[in-house]
Design a protein around this ligand. Structure first.
Ligand SMILES: Cc1ncc(COP(=O)(O)O)c(C=O)c1O
Length: 468
């Protein structure tokens, strides 16, 4: 496999002032304006930020010139790396051709983006509804499932994140949901498989799979199968720990959905488009859901885009009654052009194959070595370019390095680990007691090894909190 990310990194793109509009570029001014005027997602008002000047491939640079290796792909979305010249050109070219258009028209880049996505989706998932991100994709998928089945309940896993809008938050299981409660009625939560911290006292992945499926069946039984419209699941749970389902679990969920006429919604906002070394993560297990929600990797976030790939049966429901959902920017020309270019880049540069190779040959074995060297690593798991190290205080008891949802002093060990990474030029993706290893799928083997070497040093800091 060739090294995909061999474009020069010495010259950060994007530096210098634009010529057609003016913007202050000095770090002090950027940070001051940010502090005073930008109300950040998930953050504290007025918190300090790193001001970024430029990015290229798997790296970005702050306004003081400090370089970071991006082991987070930002929010696990920049799958083809920063500033890919072909993707940048595609957006520029489409801006010159036609920048904006209402959603009701047909347009070459919109039709082609939908065709290319549908062609890669499994089974008869042949129609695409475009949104501007992942939360809206999940919202609309739930709406489609409810209308299609005429039922109202939606089942969702505790260890999940499905997005920041009201409905997506309501099906989210993790603590970001708490502030929006009481949420949408009709959400029923269940435990998904997680062999390392089994909710079912399982002692093997096989047992975990069987018990998690039985728990799902039992929950449906007491909720009333005739009231359940959909089960929404991240194919591989992302932010909440890269939980790869045991073999057989997704096929089991598919069988349960078939038995009760429930719509299976696979949230692949994070896991799809190459992240798991497949076009869609479900391909890894050969399972065909009824709806697949995507965003992030579809165009690496160069322009906001998400969507749903829809089965023939569900699409047919809306041939005689209009779908009551839409967005001004559904199928935005710039976003669709970037999706077309992105998919062509995936094909031409072997991005999916490279992600698979990274998982099998570089990240997976590299993380196993880190686990041998650092007692604070409790478990390594993942596939493709989608991995996590779960950090613990004690391997025997599996006590997490920090408590669930820790903040402030309780979170000190993970904060110290994060700082150690950043000081050494690695931008990690940290959540609770896990650090994710999710670099762009185009990252070269050497760059991944460089990042793993930094993790090796930073894990020494985590080891300092080990009490086992
Ligand atoms: C699995 C999953 N679903 C949905 C979302 C929400 O996507 P967006 O932030 O684009 O709305 C995310 C975002 O991280 C995600 O990881």
């Amino acid at each position: 496999m060739t090294q995909l990310d061999d474009r020069p990194t010495e010259t950060p793109a994007g530096t210098g002032s634009p010529t057609t509009f003016s913007v202050p570029t000095g770090g002090e001014t950027v940070r001051a304006n940010d502090r005073d005027h930008v109300f950040h997602a998930w953050g504290l008002v007025g918190a300090d930020t790193v001001s970024v000047a430029s990015a290229q491939g798997s790296r970005f640079w702050d306004t003081e010139g400090k370089e970071y290796l991006d082991f987070s792909s930002q929010l696990c979305n920049v799958n083809i790396g920063h500033q890919h010249p072909r993707l940048v050109a595609a957006v520029q070219e489409q801006a010159a051709r036609l920048t904006t258009l209402g959603p009701a028209f047909s347009l070459d880049v919109r039709s082609e983006a939908a065709r290319l996505i549908a062609e890669r989706a499994p089974g008869d998932l042949d129609m695409v509804f475009f949104t501007t991100g992942g939360a809206e994709a999940n919202e609309n998928a739930i709406r489609m499932a409810r209308v299609h089945t005429g039922r109202h309940k939606v089942m969702a896993a505790y260890r999940s994140y499905h997005g920041g809008t009201a409905g997506a938050m309501a099906v989210t299981g993790e603590p970001r949901r708490w502030a929006t409660e009481p949420g949408m009625p009709g959400v029923v939560r269940f435990w998904g498989p997680y062999p390392y911290r089994s909710a079912f006292h399982s002692s093997s992945a096989v047992q975990e799979c069987e018990r998690a499926l039985q728990h799902l069946r039992d929950t449906i039984m007491v909720e009333g199968p005739g009231s359940v419209a959909a089960i929404i699941l991240e194919t591989v749970v992302g932010t909440n720990g890269i939980l790869v389902p045991p073999d057989g679990y997704l096929a089991g969920v598919r069988a349960i959905c078939d038995a009760y006429g429930i719509v299976m919604i696979s949230d692949e906002v994070m896991a799809g488009f190459g992240r798991c070394g497949e076009w869609f993560a479900v391909d890894h297990w050969g399972v065909t859901p009824d709806l697949i929600c995507f965003a992030k990797g579809v165009n690496s976030g160069y322009v906001p885009l998400g969507g749903i790939v829809i089965s023939a049966a569900i699409a047919d429901t809306f041939r005689t009654r209009p779908f009551t959902g839409g967005l001004t920017y559904s199928g935005h020309p710039l976003a669709c052009a970037s999706a077309v270019a992105s998919i062509q880049i995936y094909e031409d540069e072997g991005v999916i194959e490279h992600a698979r190779h990274l998982g099998t040959d570089v990240i997976g074995p590299g993380l196993e070595q880190l686990m041998e060297r650092h007692r604070s690593v409790g478990e390594v798991r993942g596939l493709g370019a989608f991995w996590a190290l779960e950090l613990v205080r004690d391997r025997a008891t599996r006590e997490p390095l920090v408590p669930y949802n820790a903040a402030g002093p309780d979170n000190a060990p993970m904060a110290a680990f994060t700082t150690a990474c950043k000081e050494r030029g690695l931008w990690p993706f940290v959540h609770f007691n896990t650090t994710h290893v999710v670099p762009p799928c185009t990252t070269s083997d050497d760059d991944v090894r460089e990042g793993l070497a930094i993790l090796d040093e930073a894990l020494t800091v985590a080891d300092g909190y080990y009490t086992g």
